[in-house]
Ligand binder design. Structure first.
Ligand code: ADP
Ligand code: MG
Length: 637
């Protein structure tokens, strides 16, 4: 049966990987709005209120620049006349019609006797749902549209089938519920506790599959004894180290040492190099690739984006380019002739080191003698791609790098199969990024930009993540126009949908300072290294995970000067801002990653995917450690 008769909706769903009604049900809410009406009519300051009632005034709209404020009044269930105010959600004007009954959720400001709107619902009023599922959707799909699809899917449950790969002893051990029943609960819950129970089968399944993968990798590693490769002479690597433009930190030296020992060992290296943003992982990778070239093996360095691959390519040239090695770059933007030429020289062995995106490991790239593969920002690629190297070089050593530090206590659970080197020091000892939370429109924003421009620095403006279709967050394009107007000829735009050439132009303009301000989505989150950048302004900062925000601000202050990160929010009174305080108080990536996982409230059901930790969809590696541990025990791993 067709999902929808609207081709546009069908396409939007297909883009999310949703092709069937079963897929619809496997797209879980990322949180629930508690819609139990506020029982008591004596409201106190900052209380979260859920009110229902008739709209008693036509909404009035105020515009200041692109900033829109909407006000209206309702008569709520306790008979109070309540003034409601909503920021930057112009679409509400159409939805709020005098005489209609609606439901509003907001924070009460006792001083102004006004409700700061968080959410408004129309379709809700006819039903008795108490926990409203909120889905993570692209801006083209409204939450209520998706909810409708979910309902249709639930009504067809009998015709749908869901497979489960968990063996019966594990099912029994965890007393798992039926999958279909669980799905019903997840989409139409009575209580959060019920949802948590229903999630269990999905978590256990994921943990089971993860553990099986780990076991397979370990077995494979243990079974593969490397053929005798020429041992790497440590002395030559030390010579190379000394020729570098800077002295390595103690941690970096230790990591290089670990790597050389692995590479000279009997089994293939399977090592994770983890370290906070800016801790200097690239140079360690460069030395490993150099060492690998010394034993006459080819090396590969894989990055998640074209921009990062190009940057690595440049860095390798700067660091080890004078050693007569042939280093090449393979990215999507190359012409097919160039790609073909590169693939040929890769196969005949003339290329020593190949840098690129995942195209490096596509079916038609073949190496002559792959000895070392380095995968940067490995969490971006997910667990399943770890063994993508298998048929490229069975003997190849593998080095993975991640800037999302796993809290120490968890590393063993998540990376049970890997050896780990950790960089805890920063090359620039004094490097400090100050972080502040400000409201949209705060004078500090322009003040800071002007100061940065005067000092010939660079400024990142980050556009918010689109979370819910109705959130009305400012898009990257709107922000760009806003800033371009205020700072003519000084702003460039970067986002994922630009074609490769435009992306390159934008980054080039920014790096060279031709346009010292860049308005960007989080595509710059990974690895971009522009030294003179000292200011970052993140709009709707509350829509990001803490680990992401920490990654983002790691882009500034890299030339050793003082840097400032402004976390911009619509309103300081909004819910969930306490979370951001963690970033103001700490610069320790490990601590932040842990807090990020712990601070997710009971309504937050996502796995750790959003926090940048390895690709779990359902499991939260802090809260669900028990599940992982028990499965390991049952499987004797
Ligand atoms: P990340 O760990 O985030 O990938 P990078 O490898 O991009 O960090 O390094 C961040 C910056 O620090 C780069 O500009 C790099 O040149 C510089 N760097 C790395 N190691 C050192 C060092 N030992 N001394 C001085 N600068 C260093
Ligand atoms: Mg990096």
């Amino acid at each position: 049966m067709k999902l929808t008769s609207s081709p546009r909706l069908a396409q939007a769903l297909a883009d999310m990987g949703i092709h069937s009604f079963a897929d619809v049900l496997l797209h879980f809410p990322y949180r629930y709005e508690d819609l139990n009406l506020t029982a008591n009519g004596l409201y106190h300051d900052q209380q979260r209120l859920v009110l229902q009632g008739k709209v008693t005034s036509t909404p009035s709209i105020f515009r200041r620049g692109s900033f829109v404020t909407i006000r209206f009044t309702i008569k709520d269930q306790h008979g109070h006349l309540m003034h409601v105010i909503a920021f930057n959600r112009p679409f509400l004007a159409k939805m709020i019609v005098p005489g209609d009954t609606i439901m509003v959720v907001g924070k009460y400001d006792a001083g102004r006797q006004i409700l700061n709107l968080i959410n408004a619902f129309k379709e809700q009023t006819s039903e008795s749902i108490k926990l409203k599922p909120i889905y993570r959707l692209p801006s083209t799909i409204e939450n209520f549209v998706f909810t409708r699809l979910v309902k249709k899917a639930l009504s067809m449950m009998d015709t749908l089938s869901f497979t489960s790969h968990v063996p019966s002893d594990i099912r029994q051990h965890f007393a798992l519920a039926d999958k279909k029943e669980s799905l019903k609960t997840i989409h139409l819950p009575d209580t959060i506790e019920a949802v948590e129970k229903a999630m269990r089968i999905f978590k256990v399944e994921e943990a089971y599959q993860f553990t099986k993968t780990m076991m397979a990798i370990r077995q494979d590693n243990e079974a593969t004894i490397k053929e005798r490769m020429t041992p790497i002479k440590t002395g030559s690597v030390i010579d190379m180290m000394e020729a570098l433009p800077y002295a390595l930190t103690q941690d970096q030296m230790q990591a290089v040492n670990d790597i050389l020992e692995d590479m000279n060992g009997k089994r293939r290296m399977y090592r994770l190099l983890q370290g906070d943003v800016g801790s200097g992982k690239t140079v360690v990778a460069a030395l490993a690739l150099y060492a690998n070239a010394l034993r006459k093996n080819q090396g590969a360095l894989m990055a998640p984006t074209d921009a990062l691959a190009k940057q690595h390519f440049k860095t390798l040239h700067e660091l080890i380019g004078k050693q007569g090695l042939t280093i090449r770059l393979l990215v999507g933007s190359l012409s097919s002739t160039d790609k073909k030429a590169i693939k040929e020289s890769l196969l005949n062995g003339t290329i020593d080191i190949l840098v690129g995106t995942h195209a490096l490991f596509s079916n038609d790239t073949e190496f002559f003698s792959l000895g070392l593969a380095v995968i940067d920002e490995q969490h971006r690629f997910g667990v399943n791609q770890r063994d993508l190297l298998k048929d490229k070089g069975k003997q190849a050593d593998l080095l993975m790098m991640s800037a999302t530090p796993i809290p120490r206590s968890l590393a063993m659970t998540v990376y049970a199969d890997m050896d780990i080197s950790t960089l805890t020091q920063f090359p620039f000892a004094g490097r400090k990024v100050k972080t502040k939370i400000v409201e949209e429109g705060d004078a500090l924003i322009d003040y800071a930009i002007k100061a940065a421009l005067e000092q010939q620095k660079r400024v990142y403006i980050i556009a918010p993540k689109i979370m819910e279709s109705q959130s009305g967050k400012q898009s990257v394009i709107t922000l760009y126009h806003q800033y371009a107007k205020r700072y003519p000829k000084q702003v460039t735009l970067l986002h994922g949908k630009l074609d490769a050439e435009d992306k390159e132009d934008a980054l080039h303009a920014f790096t060279t300072g031709y346009t010292p301000i860049i308005v960007s989505t989080t595509v710059i989150e990974v690895g971009i290294d522009v030294k003179p950048a000292t200011l970052m302004i993140i709009h709707d900062a509350d829509t990001f995970g803490l680990a992401s925000l920490h990654q983002l601000r790691g882009r500034i202050g890299r030339d050793g000067s003082e840097a400032l990160c402004l976390l911009v929010v619509q309103d300081q009174a909004l819910e969930g801002l306490e979370r951001l305080q963690v970033l103001v108080n700490s610069n320790d990536g490990f601590y932040i990653a842990e807090q990020d996982l712990q601070l997710r409230g009971p309504g937050e059901l996502m796995g750790s995917k959003q926090s940048g930790l390895p690709g779990f969809q359902y499991l939260n590696i802090v809260k669900d450690q028990e599940i992982l541990k028990n499965i390991k025990k049952i499987l004797h791993f």
